[in-house]
Design a protein around this ligand. Structure first.
Ligand SMILES: CC(C)(COP(=O)(O)OP(=O)(O)OC[C@H]1O[C@@H](n2cnc3c(N)ncnc32)[C@H](O)[C@@H]1OP(=O)(O)O)[C@@H](O)C(=O)NCCC(=O)NCCS
Length: 443
């Protein structure tokens, strides 16, 4: 991606965590990578990937992460790359910042601080390659994302300009238990890395990453999981976003998608039309009394994947109980046996539409965790699309993780043209994973 002022001279732009947008018509494949990729784009993509692999990573080469040179070396053991240090050896002072800046621990319970974070991110966080859209995480979403059970305030880290106190940098960690193969590892999930547009390319990002790492170490945690749109050393998996139009007219008008070849607007609207309400008998919103049953469904399901979160009832209550405009969860309760057999969920991450005269906000739902034991997954996700449409979302996005591939094409999702890379810090897997082997969705 390219940014405004302070655009990095090389390297980090051109790719983004943004779920870059594919064609409006799932049958049209000209901009898509993956199966439908045209040959020129396939070649361009391969060249780009190989350039990324040969590129020097002045910072990441110094970190305990899988290095490109070790790719394919099956003799390296799975597990921690570096052993933990004694806690007494973890630096107690923050990393030095350039003289004009200072560290701040962001108290997100304080309204004014939460508003500053919201404002930094809504003006400076991830954009698509063409700078048409920017993620617009809501304040309520940030409070949810950053305060899971056992969270550490000290892991919500900001950088301010000393003189004005303006917030210009941000990074966060939250605690999680993540299973890799058979081992459950205490990790930090690191997210919301952001440097103000005017301060890009000054090597502030490595300082933010080192500081969050130090504070994570202080809590006796030695591993982390994160995702990025950029290729860094070295992804454990590379996934693709798919998009299901719910409001195709708006998506086309704002340039999110295009009218397919030989398609009219009215045919497109008809193509994406959905029934007015969910169709599965016993489909309803998740409630607090469902937490134990949903936890067991999820635990059994997630045990199938090579890397997945280890969720207990407290985690499930936090991450999956519905919160207005933040997270939605539904389940199927068999009307006869009263057994809870299936579950689906999505989170709400709107984007700002930059430079459109008629629209400023794109309302997007992102597939979260879904488990189907009795209802076919395809039908379950069709009901998820129906409720998202009822709630006025413009688009429903899903990664090709877990078993999502089994419904994407049939439910008229189209492939996006960017990739989301998953990473582990200080943990090596013997093999890279296919997206379908990943049971983890980060926000
Ligand atoms: C991501 C961002 C903080 C990087 O800051 P920057 O000013 O562009 O880059 P800096 O000069 O400070 O640092 C460059 C180093 O950070 C690394 N880096 C850049 N983006 C990164 C990311 N998303 N995750 C981890 N490291 C990243 C670079 O690879 C480089 O290290 P290397 O030399 O070892 O390759 C900034 O571009 C930004 O705020 N972008 C918008 C929000 C965003 O994309 N956030 C990341 C979401 S995953």
């Amino acid at each position: 991606m390219s940014f405004g002022d302070g655009d990095p001279p090389s390297g980090t732009h051109g790719e983004a965590k943004y779920p870059s947008f594919g064609p409006s018509n799932p049958t049209q494949s000209s901009t898509a990578t993956g199966n439908g990729e045209s040959s020129i784009e396939a070649i361009a993509h391969k060249i780009q990937e190989s350039l990324s692999l040969s590129k020097r990573h002045r910072f990441w080469e110094t970190q305990p992460v899988g290095q490109f040179k070790d790719l394919g070396d099956a003799s390296l053991p799975e597990g921690s790359i570096e052993p933990p240090s004694p806690l007494s050896e973890v630096k107690s002072d923050p990393y030095p910042l350039p003289a004009l800046y200072e560290w701040t621990t962001c108290d997100i319970d304080d309204d004014a601080t939460a508003a500053e974070i919201y404002s930094l991110l809504s003006n400076n966080y991830v954009e698509d390659d063409d700078n048409m859209f920017r993620f617009n995480y809501s304040k309520e979403f940030l409070l949810w994302a950053l305060r899971p059970p056992g969270y550490f305030k000290s892991w919500h880290i900001g950088v301010r300009v000393k003189s004005s106190k303006k917030l210009v940098g941000f990074i966060t960690g939250i605690p999680a238990r993540i299973r890799a193969s058979t081992v459950v590892v205490r990790m930090a999930e690191v997210n919301f890395l952001c440097v103000h547009k005017k301060l890009r390319s000054k090597r502030l990002a490595p300082v933010l990453i080192k500081e969050v790492t130090r504070r994570v170490h202080r809590e006796d945690t030695w591993q982390a999981a994160y995702t990025a749109g950029v290729v860094l050393p070295t992804p454990i998996s590379t996934c693709q976003y798919w998009h299901r139009s719910l409001n195709p007219k708006k998506l086309i008008e704002v340039g999110f998608s295009r009218l397919g070849a030989r398609m009219t607007m009215s045919r497109t609207i008809r193509l994406y039309k959905l029934p007015p309400s969910p169709v599965i008998p016993g489909f309803r919103k998740m409630e607090i009394r469902d937490v134990p049953a949903v936890t067991s469904l999820l635990r059994v399901y997630l045990s199938k994947f090579a890397v997945a979160p280890d969720l207990d009832e407290k985690d499930v209550a936090h991450w999956l109980l519905p919160r207005e405009n933040v997270v939605d969860s539904f389940l199927v309760k068999n009307p006869e046996t009263h057994e809870i057999t299936d579950f689906c969920s999505f989170y709400t991450l709107p984007s700002l539409i930059l430079n459109n005269a008629n629209y400023t906000n794109l309302k997007a739902a992102y597939s979260f965790y879904n488990v189907a034991t009795k209802t076919p997954l395809l039908q379950l996700m069709n009901d998820a699309l129906i409720v998202a449409k009822q709630k006025d979302y413009d688009v429903f996005n899903a990664l090709d993780v877990m078993e999502n591939e089994s419904f994407l094409k049939e439910l008229k999702f189209g492939p996006g043209d960017g990739m989301l890379h998953y990473y582990l810090y200080n943990y090596r897997l013997r093999h890279a994973l296919k997206p379908s082997e990943l049971g983890l969705v980060l926000l």
